[in-house]
Design a protein around this ligand. Structure first.
Ligand SMILES: NC(=O)c1ccc[n+]([C@@H]2O[C@H](COP(=O)([O-])OP(=O)(O)OC[C@H]3O[C@@H](n4cnc5c(N)ncnc54)[C@H](OP(=O)(O)O)[C@@H]3O)[C@@H](O)[C@H]2O)c1
Length: 304
């Protein structure tokens, strides 16, 4: 297969980084943008031959220059957290520029549908933006389009994500949770998102007009705790809040309100799906082993 040139959104981040590195590993060219080309993440991309342009998703000229000459697009957006609908505005801008530049195949990484999302205004707004972008991807007239809907990132247990989602847990090892011990998390390894995106780009006809839930393994919350505890030999544990405790705790930790919505995540998505698309997926145990160095750094203050 002739090499392609792919514009990868958010390559300095978790899933975009996996996609970009895996595309470089098969010898394809990758362009991306970052707001800070001097960051360690941007420098690491440059060191493996990724063309890193400076710019934000609101800067049309920077995007036009970075997307010029690309024939494929990995679309993955992060909202301005103070303004969740911005995700749709950013993404629509990238899609418009990509279409004008002659991109033929868009792989959009959206998110697994969350039952109960409407009960939390922030989650609802974030998912509304993803819905707008899924529709735009389908209706923008690209020769091929594919939608990936990843589940709950395994990387949510690592810095930097753990600090936002579970404040204090990285320092103490104690996760204060709205989840129940037996809540089943449809987990995804970001490297499996990368492999799925690469597979889609390599097989555009097979993946055309497909919306695919991406799940590597379904793991209960308590099993995830146990896997990290064993993997690191550190005192990782959970406090499962009662409904009464949750009401009080939500006032000091707004992330718990989002997690409360995710209590229903057990019934989200078709499981397991990545495998059905010819992508070999890993387990959470393998993830903890592979990312041992990052787990050790994240939980370095937690006792054995
Ligand atoms: N965590 C989960 O469990 C989960 C599950 C399903 C879906 N998702 C979705 O995954 C997406 C985030 O992906 P991720 O976690 O891989 O990202 P991430 O690691 O949080 O990284 C954020 C990326 O977005 C870029 N970025 C942010 N704002 C930008 C802006 N205004 N202009 C240009 N670039 C900007 C950053 O680039 P620079 O800082 O270098 O500029 C960075 O590359 C979100 O849409 C989220 O809803 C997450």
């Amino acid at each position: 297969m002739a090499p392609h040139k792919v514009f990868v959104c958010a390559a300095t981040g978790t899933q975009g980084g996996a996609v970009a590195r895996q595309l470089r590993a098969i010898g394809w060219d990758v362009n991306t943008t970052t707001r800070d080309p001097n960051s360690p993440a941007a420098q690491a991309l440059t060191s493996i031959g990724i063309n890193v342009h400076q710019g934000a998703w609101t800067e049309t000229a920077a995007l036009e220059s970075a997307i010029a000459g690309c024939d494929l697009l990995f679309l993955n957006m992060m909202p301005d957290l103070a303004n969740p609908p911005s995700e749709a505005e950013f993404g629509t801008n990238v899609l418009r520029i990509a279409k004008a530049a002659g991109v033929t195949h868009v792989v959009y990484s959206s998110g697994i549908a969350l039952p109960g999302a409407e009960s939390n205004p922030f989650v609802q707004m974030a998912f509304a933006a993803k819905g707008v972008l899924e529709k735009a991807v389908q209706e923008s007239g690209f020769q091929h389009w594919t939608i990936l809907r990843p589940g709950f990132f395994m990387a949510n247990y690592l810095v930097p994500k753990v600090n936002m989602l579970y404040p204090g847990a990285a320092e103490t090892g104690l996760f204060e949770l709205a989840f129940n011990a037996d809540t089943e998390l449809p987990m995804i390894d970001h490297e499996d998102i990368g492999a799925s995106a690469v597979a889609a780009f390599q097989n555009p006809d097979k993946f055309h007009q497909q919306a695919i839930d991406l799940i590597s393994e379904v793991v209960t919350v308590e099993k995830a705790m146990e896997t990290m505890r064993r993997g690191m030999g550190r005192n990782i544990r959970a406090k499962y809040l009662t409904d009464e405790e949750l009401e009080e705790a939500k006032a000091r930790n707004p992330m718990l309100a989002i997690q409360e919505v995710l209590r229903l995540i057990s019934s989200a998505g078709n499981v397991p799906t990545a495998k059905e698309w010819g992508v070999a997926v890993g387990t959470f145990e393998q993830f903890v082993e592979r990312e041992k160095k990052d787990f050790e750094e994240t939980y370095q203050n937690v006792s054995n």
